[in-house]
Design a protein around this ligand. Structure first.
Ligand code: SF4
Ligand code: SF4
Ligand code: FES
Length: 308
C-alpha cells in the first residue's frame, strides 16, 4: 500500500505503522520516538513525541484525521497522506510535548551519565524552550537502588514504560512496574526488591533518559571521552555481541549494540554487561560507527582500532 510522508511516497506492507514507514524513508522526516522500541512488544503510545498529522486518511476514505495521531501506533492505510516536519501544527505540538516532558525533569545534564547519548537532551535541543513556564514545585524522589547494579533517578523518568516491558518480556518473575497513576506515577520495584536476573541490565539500555544508570559506570567518565568498539565473546546466556566503551586499555562499560534509532536488537545478559570488564574477556572487532551529529564522534578514535 502507498503512503506519502512530507510529500515523499513509499510502498509498505499492510500492518506497518506510520513511524516504521517513515524509518524506511529515513532522514529528517522520521518522527522522534521516546517510548516505542522495535524489540519490545506492546511498547509505544505513551510519550506523544511521535505525533504527526494525517491530512488524508486513505484512498477509500480521504477525510483527514481530526487530531494529531501517534505515528508509532497508527497503521498505514492505502493512499494515506501524512505530514511531519512540513506541518507547523506538528512542530508546535512537539514543542508542547517537550515542555511537558521537562516539567518535572531536573537540569542534570552536566552531571548525568546519559548526557551525550540522551534522546530527551537531543529533543530539548531541537524543540525545547530556553526557560520554563512551570511555577509549581517539581516532584522529588530519593534515589533508589534496583539491585546492586542499577540506580534509579526517578526525577529524570519520563514514564515511557520501556523498562517495564524489559522486566515483563526478558526477565522471569517481574517485580518492577509503574505504581500509582497520573502525576503520582513512579517506577517501583515492590520496595527495592532486588531485580537480579540475567537480563535486567537491559533496562539501562532501553531507558531513553538517564533515569536508570549502570552503577558500575556511574560518574567514571563522560560518554564522549570513551571510545566504543564492537566486541564479542562466547556466552552461554546471550549472543555475546556487545559494545565495549573504552578509555585507553580499560573497559569502562559494556552495552548492547544499538541501531540508528538507539534501539538494541540483541539484548545482552548481566554477566556480559557487568562482569566482563577486562579486555581479555572480549574479542574487539572494530570501532563503532557513531553518527556524525553525536558528540561521541568528536573523539575521532577510529585510528585506535586494534590498539585496544
Ligand atoms: S536525562 Fe538527558 S536531559 Fe535529563 S539530565 Fe540526563 S542528559 Fe540531561
Ligand atoms: S525509568 Fe527510564 S525506561 Fe523506565 S519508564 Fe522511566 S524513562 Fe522509561
Ligand atoms: S513513540 Fe509514539 S507515543 Fe511515544
Amino acid at each position: 500500500m502507498k503512503l506519502t510522508i512530507d510529500n515523499i511516497q513509499i510502498d509498505v506492507e499492510p500492518g506497518t505503522t506510520i513511524l516504521q514507514a517513515a524509518r524506511k524513508i529515513g532522514g529528517k522526516i522520521v518522527p522522534p520516538a521516546m517510548c516505542w522500541y522495535s524489540s519490545l512488544e506492546g511498547s509505544g503510545g505513551k510519550c506523544r513525541t511521535c505525533l504527526v498529522k494525517v491530512i488524508k486518511g486513505s484512498e477509500k476514505d480521504p477525510r483527514p484525521m481530526a487530531k494529531l495521531v501517534p505515528s508509532c501506533s497508527t497503521m498505514v492505510q492505502d493512499g494515506m497522506e501524512v505530514l511531519n516536519i512540513t506541518s507547523p501544527e506538528v512542530m508546535q505540538a512537539r514543542k508542547a510535548v517537550v515542555e511537558f516532558l521537562l516539567i518535572n525533569h531536573p537540569l542534570d545534564c552536566p552531571i548525568c551519565d546519559q548526557a551525550g547519548e540522551c534522546d530527551l537532551q537531543n529533543l530539548s535541543y531541537a524543540h525545547g524552550l530556553a526557560e520554563t513556564r512551570y511555577e509549581e514545585d517539581r516532584r522529588t524522589f530519593e534515589m533508589i537502588d534496583i539491585g546492586d547494579k542499577i540506580k534509579l533517578h526517578m526525577t529524570r523518568c519520563i514514564l515511557c514504560y520501556r523498562c517495564v516491558y524489559v522486566a515483563d518480556q526478558l526477565t522471569p518473575g517481574r517485580v518492577h512496574g509503574v505504581l500509582n497513576r497520573s502525576d503520582a506515577s513512579e517506577i517501583g520495584t515492590y520496595i527495592s526488591n532486588v531485580i537480579d536476573n540475567e537480563f535486567s541490565g537491559n533496562m539501562i539500555d532501553v531507558c531513553p533518559v538517564g533515569a536508570l544508570t549502570d552503577k558500575t559506570f556511574r560518574f567514571k567518565s563522560r560518554v564522549w571521552f570513551t571510545n566504543p568498539f564492537d566486541a564479542h565473546r562466547h556466552c552461554e546466556k546471550c549472543k555475546g555481541e556487545a559494545v565495549v566503551w573504552m578509555a585507553g586499555k580499560e573497559i569502562l562499560r559494556v552495552t548492547g549494540r544499538k541501531n540508528a534509532y538507539g534501539e538494541v536488537e540483541n539484548f545482552i545478559c548481566n554477566e556480559c554487561r557487568f562482569e566482563k570488564k577486562s579486555v581479555t574477556d572480549w574479542v574487539i572487532e572494530k570501532p563503532r560507527k557513531i553518527q556524525h551529529s553525536s558528540v561521541i564522534s568528536q573523539n575521532h578514535y577510529e585510528n585506535l582500532a586494534g590498539n585496544g
